[in-house]
Design a protein around this ligand. Structure first.
Ligand code: NOJ
Length: 949
């Protein structure tokens, strides 16, 4: 049936554009207004100090931390309690909650974000005097945590230097639960003549009116706020760091600009409130689809980070202060205070500390690093087959074809529109026949229809999100029209969700039999997006499992959807295989459940450029498997832009082209020459570099250090690089790329932080930086891609149709000697699908080039070798002759390319073996030695010796 609503929905994709009026500014959000007003009042009054103090804790010297009572001189009768704990690796956790309050504040964010309870430190020495408690810890005993009692202030020092200060500006404020009546009394007293500006009065502290305490109207929606005010304000200062990074997701610079003070770039604070923002702006602090409340602070001598584990809407003001340092002010709507200080001291340490809290991105299925072709929509099975044929006819490699929402009958996910997709399994198998995969969308909204078994069953199980009454089912509008949402906080939904993804009916009557175990899942609209809801999402007074309001859990909600989809996809087979899930909404910890993309970008140069910064910021936030829609979701990019965007995609961890339903088809085979061949070359380049990407994923899955590495991560001591976010290194491979994101560019300048030789990836030409810059030609057929001297890059250069077909292909090693004639690199391989790597089914090789130098005479010989890294690090029950290693036992290294030799070798041979065939060419002092077929296998130890004298 067509209702006016259906009509509106059909129009939505075309008529909706970013309307600032759809989303709140700080001044339209009651608690943000109150928080900012507090900061302003504190600045106006020089005598201002925090009203919070703590009782001196009782504590024995070696305890990891303490719990004590907090008093507020503003509210002497309200009880608060503070926990300060030092964990392993020197991570400090500070928690504050209201005690025996009228209600309970939400305290479960860490239950979803963390991988477990962090371990307590056993290496702390506390001393307490009448004014403060002080803990000294760390292997060098250079870490100090000082907790001042009155006013309450918490400072982390390293080597006597302040790193992070909590409540140093006195903006800590936890609004306590109260009844409307109690708060009226306060109003009444004020009405009787109390001065609004009286220091320490509640009125001074919380504002002289009850600003949006009990309800709040935005546009046509009223948030009823049955619990009243419960917001939370905290200032976090980094007095000795000039740059802060992180808090994705925002379309802004990697080094976060100020939102207050004379250098403010924006008037609003950065906002974290997962939101579906149509046609978002390319430079803005507004919320986008995901929220990770993790901020790095960085200087040439130190990196620290703060993880503020809060799930409610949060606004963050940032001020780069003139005397140095960065002040931040975090204002959240509800929840307890639960802040982790990560002590660094390097970016790599901070990444690992955060990974130990929230986990890392697991090693993804290898195919998911290939190229993904998506569009809203491939409209039928035959359309999918036709697109695949065209890719093959024109020799474009591709691993994955995607289906957007139109595959589903009336947008009832899991159910195929049989008119257009009469044979879904056959279609999927046709794609899988050439070792490709399909990814199919499953959104979180369920059409409220009795002919939709998924909705009906969820309704019977009573696992749907409830409206504010706490009774029945919340109803909102999304693609299918009238919809409800599974409450993934409800344990009763979990087995049901798993049962939906089974592909046989052996143990589930709900199985998705019209699917295969290889299918990846796309979780979209999980902020959640609700077309007729406030700010295009759910009302905050909706009720979730446990009686929590949506406001308490909003930013976690989308992560739970991806979490349960990941588990469901994994449970399809026994033993499990690595699932692929793409999510739009995310939170701290989402990295454990798959990839993300930056949502509905526009086909503009600005969006192309900011997409790189956003992917870098997501890496900082611990979520490295990220990318943006190649070509831009909205619009019809001109061929030049599309070619440049393919380069951006080829150097993103997640590489997918996608387009809105109203755009013209733009699959690469549709391009005219020369663009078509350029895109083919870019795709082939990505495929040739899959060993680099997969090896980088292995590293990040262990260490948490991101795949795309900005300058401050690579060169933490080089001040001049801290603001750079338009070039990056790929893992620790030594590849440095600067994608072109402007029209008509012919040349780019790449920033180099070190006095090292870098080689052009394509021409092998060595470059030494001049004034820290290397200038490279960057015409449309050129990619500014450098190999850092000292690196060895493994590639596979046979063009194939999809990545699994490369399994037996030989390797090329590009050996880029550094200024001392040395280099190192590695390659990691496994079956790419199972968890066999956990029990040692891997091949992990370390490559090295070592030069022997003769006094004053330059390099005498170079020894290039391959060693087993797995045996050194003992992966699982590793055996060099493991099943996987045997399966790739025939894989050769077919070519060694040595860059940086100054002169022609005298001989090249296998160590202890035969002479090899080689060629040496030298142009302008740049020597390139190509050793053809060194007759070695990738699984073996070997060495090749190049003699120059
Ligand atoms: C919004 C997503 O961001 C977009 O990628 C998708 O194509 C549409 N929803 C339709 O599912």
């Amino acid at each position: 049936m067509w209702s006016p609503g259906t009509f509106l929905l059909l129009l939505l994709p075309t008529v909706l554009a970013f309307k600032p009026s759809d989303f709140k500014t700080c001044s339209q959000s009651g608690f943000c207004r109150r928080g900012r007003a507090l900061a302003e009042r504190s600045q106006e009054l020089s005598s201002w100090h925090s009203p919070y103090s703590i009782e001196p804790p009782e504590l024995s010297p070696h305890q990891p931390g303490f719990t004590t009572n907090v008093h507020s001189s503003v509210y002497p009768n309200v009880k608060f309690v503070l926990d300060v704990i030092i964990h392993e690796e020197g991570i400090v956790r500070v928690r504050m909650d209201e005690e025996n309050g009228l209600r309970k504040r939400y305290n479960e964010a860490t239950q979803w974000a963390l991988i477990g309870e962090p371990l307590l430190s056993d290496d702390v020495l506390w001393t307490v005097d009448s004014k403060k408690a002080k803990a000294v810890y760390g292997s060098k005993k250079d870490m100090e945590l000082v907790v001042d009692f009155n006013p309450l202030k918490i400072t982390l020092f390293r080597g006597g230097v302040e790193q992070v200060v909590l409540n140093g500006r006195g903006l800590l404020h936890m609004e306590h639960f109260r009844t409307k009546e109690d708060s009226k009394l306060a109003e009444h007293i004020e009405g009787e003549g109390q001065s609004v500006l009286q220091v320490n009065s509640a009125a001074w502290f919380e504002g002289d009116t009850q600003d949006a305490f009990w309800d709040e109207t935005f546009s046509t929606w009223t948030d009823t706020k049955p619990k009243g005010p419960e917001s939370l304000s905290l200032d976090i200062t980094f007095p000795n760091h000039a740059h802060v990074y992180g808090i994705p997701q925002h379309a802004t610079n990697l080094s976060l600009p100020s939102t207050t003070g004379p250098t403010a770039r924006y008037t609003d604070p950065f906002r974290l409130y997962n939101a579906d923002v149509f046609e978002y702006l390319a430079d803005s602090p507004t919320s986008l689809y995901g929220s990770i409340p993790l901020m790095h602070a960085h200087s040439a001598t130190s990196t620290v980070a703060v993880f503020n584990a809060i799930a409610s809407e949060t606004w963050i003001d940032i001020t780069h202060v003139e005397k140095g340092g960065v002040e931040t002010h975090w204002i959240s709507e509800s929840g307890i205070l639960d802040v982790f200080l990560l002590p660094g001291p390097t970016p790599a340490d901070v990444f690992t500390q955060y990974a130990h809290l929230t986990g890392t991105a697991p090693l993804p299925a290898h195919w998911s690093l290939g190229y993904h072709q998506c569009r809203w929509n491939y409209v039928s099975s035959d359309d999918v087959r036709g697109v695949q044929d065209r890719f093959d006819e024109d020799d474009f490699p591709v691993d994955v074809f995607w289906l957007d929402i139109e595959y589903a009958e009336d947008h009832k996910y899991f159910m195929w529109n049989k008119k257009t997709f009469p044979d879904p399994v056959e279609m999927t198998k046709d794609v899988e026949a050439v070792e490709r995969k399909m990814v199919i969308i499953v959104d979180p909204h369920l059409k409220r229809s009795n002919d939709y078994p998924v909705y009906k069953r969820a309704s019977e199980l009573e696992v749907l999100v409830k409206p504010k009454s706490g009774e029945g089912e919340y109803e909102g509008w999304c693609w299918p029209g009238s919809s409800s949402w599974i409450d993934f906080f409800h344990p009763g939904s979990w087995d049901f969700w798993i049962s939906l993804f089974k592909t046989d009916t052996i143990d589930s009557q709900w199985s998705w039999t019209e699917s295969t175990n290889n299918v990846g899942i796309w979780n979209d609209m999980n902020e959640p997006s609700v077309f007729n809801g406030p700010e295009i999402t759910m009302p905050k007074d909706n009720i979730h499992y446990g009686g929590w309001e949506h406001r308490d859990v909003h930013n976690i909600n989308g992560m739970l959807f991806a979490n349960h989809t990941f588990q469901a996809a994994e449970a399809r087979t026994d033993p499990p295989r690595r699932p692929f899930v793409l999510t739009r909404a995310f939170y701290a910890g989402s990295q454990r459940f798959g990839a993300m993309w930056t949502g509905d970008n526009l086909g503009t140069w600005e969006h192309m450029a900011v997409g790189i910064k956003m992917v870098l910021a997501n890496g900082v936030g611990g979520m490295p498997f990220a990318g943006s829609d190649v070509g831009g979701f909205f619009g019809n990019p001109e061929p030049e832009m599309l070619v440049r965007w393919y380069v951006v995609g080829a150097f993103s961890p997640f590489f997918r082209a996608h387009a809105h339903i109203d755009t013209k088809r733009r699959e690469p085979y549709l391009l005219e020459e020369p663009y078509k061949s350029l895109v083919r070359d870019i795709l082939r380049l990505r495929y040739s570099m899959l060993p680099v990407w997969y090896t980088a994923f292995r590293e990040t899955s262990e260490s948490g250090v991101p795949i795309l590495r900005p300058q401050y991560v690579m060169f933490p001591e080089d001040d001049a690089g801290f603001g750079i976010d338009d070039q990056f290194y790929v893992g620790s491979s030594g590849l440095l790329v600067k994608p072109v994101t402007e029209k008509g560019v012919k040349e780019v300048s790449v920033y180099i932080a070190e006095d090292q030789v870098y080689y052009d990836y394509f021409t092998n030409q060595p470059h030494r930086p001049k004034n820290r810059q290397i200038t490279l030609p960057a015409n449309l057929d050129q990619i500014p891609l450098l190999i850092r001297g000292g690196s060895i890059i493994p590639t596979r250069e046979r063009p194939r149709r999809s990545s699994p077909l490369m399994k037996h292909d030989p390797f090329t090693l590009r050996i880029a000697l550094d200024t001392s004639g040395n280099a190192r690199g590695e390659v990691y391989l496994d079956d790419g699908e199972t968890y066999g790597y956990g029990k040692g089914d891997v091949v992990w090789r370390g490559f090295g080039a070592e030069s022997t130098k003769r006094k004053g005479k330059g390099i005498g010989a170079v020894r290039i070798s391959s060693v087993d890294l797995a045996v050194r690090t003992q992966v699982g029950a590793y055996d060099p002759k493991n099943e996987f290693a045997r399966s790739v036992g025939d894989v050769r290294v077919e070519k060694l390319v040595v860059l940086g030799l100054e002169k022609k070798p005298l001989s090249v041979g296998l160590e202890g073996g035969s002479e090899l065939e080689w060629e040496f060419a030298s142009k302008d002092g740049a020597g390139v030695l190509v050793i053809k077929d060194p007759a070695v296998r990738v699984v073996d130890d070997w060495a090749v010796v190049v003699k120059l004298e």
